[in-house]
Design a protein around this ligand. Structure first.
Ligand SMILES: *C/C=C(C)/C=C/C=C(C)/C=C/C1=C(C)CCCC1(C)C
Length: 264
């Protein structure tokens, strides 16, 4: 009896505090924080957030289906979409309430998700053959140079053009590694057919899908305009690019992992 009373009391207490929290958020939410039905950028932020959440659940659950050596690849795919989803929720709020481009949050997201995407090249090769750690480190260094270059340019710590060139050099270094460097050679010589096909698709995403971001930088900073002029187009483009670069990229790995796991 005593236990039951305590239980009821604590439920009542929690419900009350929940109501308080809810009331507080409602009260502080101004008119401008409501997503407008004709705010297509805001809607695209919403759509991508949901797609990222669904993908995260999918990748984590599908770990059960693949053999042990493929599980890490699926974990990493799920982490990429999870980290991006959290950033998207926040960026959507920034966009809806202020109408400004949440560039700094994109960079924070990229700083975490892009290295994870790069690790995937290393992981899918490691699942099928012996791979040198040099591949891993070169992909990491290329990523850092690319992102730091872009950030110091966008944040105004450096002239837009030289910063852009540094960023482009980092990207070129990554492309060299996966098209002509050791990673590409290991893939061509030691990976089974499904891994080779997946690797090739992934590197095209890194070429074509990723080109959207430096293009956005160029349109925003290097053709005489300002990022505010291109904010709508840029955010919609970035948002849909992330579906390809994060979700589709993860799905390619998932499909390689499933077909390799079913082989044995
Ligand atoms: C999920 C997020 C992804 C895949 C983000 C990728 C970002 C880039 C490929 C950014 C590239 C840039 C350059 C190549 C030059 C400098 C400016 C950047 C940082 C936009």
């Amino acid at each position: 009896m005593l236990h039951k009373n305590n239980l009821i009391k604590s439920i009542a207490k929690s419900a009350f505090s929940l109501a308080l929290v809810f009331g507080a958020t409602q009260a502080s939410a101004g008119e401008s924080s409501v997503l407008n039905s004709n705010d297509f950028v805001g809607i695209s932020f919403w759509l991508i957030s949901m797609a990222l959440i669904a993908s995260t659940v999918f990748f984590f659950l599908e770990r059960d289906r693949v053999s042990a050596k493929w599980k890490t690849s699926l974990t990493v795919s799920g982490l990429v979409t999870l980290v991006a989803a959290v950033h998207y929720f926040y960026m959507r709020d920034v966009w809806v309430t202020t109408g400004s481009t949440p560039t700094v949050f994109r960079y924070i997201d990229w700083l975490i998700t892009v290295p994870l995407l790069m690790v995937e090249f290393y992981l899918i090769l490691s699942a099928v053959t012996k791979v040198s750690s040099g591949i891993f480190w070169r992909l990491m260094i290329g990523t850092l140079v690319m992102l730091v270059g872009g950030y110091v340019g966008e944040a105004g710590y450096m002239e837009a053009m030289p910063a852009f060139i540094i960023g482009m050099a980092g990207w070129a270094f990554i492309l060299y590694e996966i098209f002509m460097g050791e990673a590409s050679k290991v893939n061509a010589s030691s990976a089974p057919a499904s891994v080779q096909a997946g690797f090739k698709l992934m590197r095209w995403i890194v070429t074509v899908g990723w080109a959207v971001y430096p293009l956005g930088y160029f349109l925003g900073y290097l053709n005489g305009g300002s990022p505010a002029d291109t904010a709508n187009a840029l955010n919609i483009t970035y948002n849909f690019a992330d579906v390809l670069n994060k979700i589709a990229f993860g799905l390619i790995i998932w499909s390689v992992a499933v077909s390799e796991s079913e082989k044995h």
